[in-house]
Write a protein that binds this ligand. Structure first.
Ligand code: DGT
Ligand code: CA
Ligand code: CA
Ligand code: ZN
Length: 587
């Protein structure tokens, strides 16, 4: 059994206890399961392995896992279930996992809905809400009932969205295959994918060709396609083997630019642009830009569309109708010097196999340099209070500094010498922020490191005030250069800890602390609006991969995409600097 399944079962048990058991002392039991779930979630070794290797004694050594919980874990590993869990499910037939993914449905609410209306599933809840039965329960208003309906609709929407990084390689492969096909003049994947949105509803592919029917036939016969849902003379609609839907559109070459503009969206950006065209006595649609007499004046390229509307080219990542048209109208001669995909020179958040990474420091460095063209990486292994990621203590950290210094010497002696002349491994750590905002490594040790990143890895459920103060205290710490993982969210899975990011930004301004744009596509901790807020306040940002394996350096493009969506300019991003300037720029 995998750790994440165990976590799921433990969380479910904690919910079920709260619904099924009346005894006020159960709160301790509930807490024990929740704490264990939190710890197991962050474990880098599997519970099964620990148990098979060291038995129940091994389990008891894990922090927050006591006697009672280790017995349950043993039962789970041996028989794949916990009889206590099965008993609880008998008593309370609620489908907990359906509810726990939605915000606003704690055990108290579930209990009332179950006892009063027998509701055990989201479908039953939706029914009851739409029939107005919820608002008849004491304590539930009409507004609350409407909110329930909205939440259900939202969660249905989320469910059908794919993480950008999960589909990115597949989409690029399809785009390349189509571009290489001889009858295809141009092929571009448009829609939310081109805008680098965090999640993608469906894939929109645009093609220009003189042989539409042949190209469409080729596309629907690709091995990635599972089912043809519809096919016309200039369109196809299919489902891929991984379940995602694709809209394929074929246009004549002269309309490729206007169609790319239209189908890249978003819809609201298009509407604003169309209104701008109208105000200039033009008419804009997917076939082109037309003047008053109906003559086509642009359409081959997107550039000429924007130029004819007296705008500079607006990058797709900014097309969210969030002030970009106004900004670019006013700033016509002062382009936004956005961070570009090839701009990063280093990565300040990477892990080695000394803690929970999977490759040696020198292998991480070699790949960073040879495959990704980076000039430096910081090795940010975890520190001691993250015992389960084998976090380093003070002595181990000092040893690591020595080891890296030696490695840097061998590197400069030429073993790496082709593409980038001076590669540098920076000494660093991902220091754990404790409950009270202090760090688990003393500052006299931290000050020996080139760079210090600090992050929260535990106690996610504290209140907004407490979490915000933890981050603020870490930012005020003179040893801390960067706040890693500033929100702790997991897209589509976990909201992240409650944090007042505005307050954190205020302190980052005063203390010159850098905030991290974590490029792992599951995380992207800072949302686009957070990045815009930071940029507006001159807070510096770093785009990091958080690589636990060299392939993860490929994630950096998602961080760059996110940075662009947040309007981050080159000067806002510290790791576009050469290593010496970077080190000088930090506090
Ligand atoms: P998604 O698929 O939910 O991640 O988001 P998009 O932005 O890819 O949306 P999608 O696939 O429905 O449509 C692709 C683009 O086509 C969209 O960004 C803008 C354009 N579009 C679609 N419907 C309309 C519309 O009714 N009016 C206008 N102006 N544009 C539209
Ligand atoms: Ca789409
Ligand atoms: Ca679509
Ligand atoms: Zn990390």
């Amino acid at each position: 059994m995998k750790n994440n399944q165990i976590v799921k079962i433990f969380r479910e048990i904690s919910y079920l206890i709260q619904i099924a058991e009346e005894d006020p002392n159960t709160i301790y039991k509930v807490r024990a399961y929740e704490r264990a779930a939190d710890v197991i979630e962050n474990l880098s070794t599997s519970i099964e392995e620990i148990y098979l290797k060291d038995g129940i004694q091994g389990l008891k050594k894990i922090p927050s896992i006591g006697n009672a919980i280790s017995i349950k874990l043993e039962e789970l590993v041996r028989s794949n279930k916990i009889s206590y869990h099965e008993e609880l499910k008998q008593k309370v037939p609620i489908k907990i996992s359906e509810f726990s993914n939605m915000t606003g449905f704690g055990p108290k609410t579930m209990k009332i809905l179950f006892e009063r209306l027998g509701i055990t599933s989201i479908a039953e809840l939706e029914n009851a809400a739409s029939e107005g039965r919820i608002s008849k329960i004491k304590g539930f208003s009409k507004t609350k009932e409407e909110k329930i309906i909205k939440t259900i609709q939202l969660s249905k929407k989320i469910k059908n969205r794919y993480l950008l990084g999960d589909v990115y390689p597949l989409i690029k492969k399809i785009e390349n295959t189509l571009n290489e096909k001889e009858n295809v003049i141009r092929c571009l994947v448009v829609g939310s994918f081109r805008r680098m949105k965090e999640t993608i509803g469906d894939i929109d592919i645009l093609i220009s060709t003189d042989e539409p029917e042949e190209v469409i036939q080729f596309f629907v016969s690709m091995p990635e396609v599972r089912e043809i849902k519809g096919k016309g003379k200039a369109k196809a609609f299919v489902e891929l083997k991984n379940g995602i839907a694709v809209d394929l559109l074929v246009v004549p070459e002269e309309s490729f630019g206007s169609a790319a503009q239209y189908f890249t969206g978003n819809k609201e950006h298009n509407i604003s642009l169309r209104n701008l065209a109208i105000s200039m006595d033009f008419h804009l649609n997917e076939w082109g830009l037309y003047n008053k007499k109906g003559r086509r004046i642009a359409g081959f390229t997107e550039q000429e569309i924007y130029e004819s509307l007296q705008l500079p080219y607006i990058p797709p990542e900014l097309r969210e109708n969030d002030g970009e048209i106004k900004y670019f109208t006013q700033m016509r001669n002062e382009p936004l010097d956005l961070i570009e995909y090839g701009d990063l020179k280093g990565d300040l958040h990477t892990h080695s196999n000394i803690t929970d990474g999977t490759m040696s420091i020198s292998d991480m460095a070699l790949h960073a340099r040879k495959k990704f063209g980076l000039e430096y990486i910081a090795i940010t292994d975890h520190t001691k209070s993250l015992g389960l990621a084998n976090g380093l203590n003070e002595n181990q950290l000092l040893n690591q500094i020595n080891k890296i210094e030696q490695l840097n010497d061998t590197l400069s002696q030429g073993s790496f010498s082709d593409t980038v002349p001076d590669f540098r491994i920076l000494t660093s750590a991902e220091v754990n922020i404790l409950k009270d905002g202090s760090l688990d490594i003393s500052s006299n040790i931290l000050d020996k490191l080139d760079i210090v990143g600090a992050s929260i890895h535990s106690n996610f459920s504290y209140s907004k005030d407490v979490q915000t103060n933890r981050l603020i205290k870490a930012a005020r710490n003179p040893s801390v250069d960067i706040l890693f993982h500033p929100t702790g969210r997991l897209i589509n899975k976990r909201e992240g800890y409650a944090v007042d990011i505005e307050k954190v930004i205020e302190v980052a301004i005063d203390t010159r602390t850098v905030l991290e744009i974590n490029s792992n596509y599951n995380r992207l901790d800072l949302r686009d609006e957070h990045i815009r807020m930071a940029v507006k306040n001159d807070v510096k940002l770093v785009i990091n991969s958080d690589a636990h394996h060299p392939v993860h350096f490929a994630y950096l493009i998602f961080g760059i995409g996110q940075a662009r969506r947040g309007w981050a300019k080159k000067i806002d991003i510290v790791n576009r600097l050469k290593v010496d300037s970077l080190l000088k720029s930090l506090k």
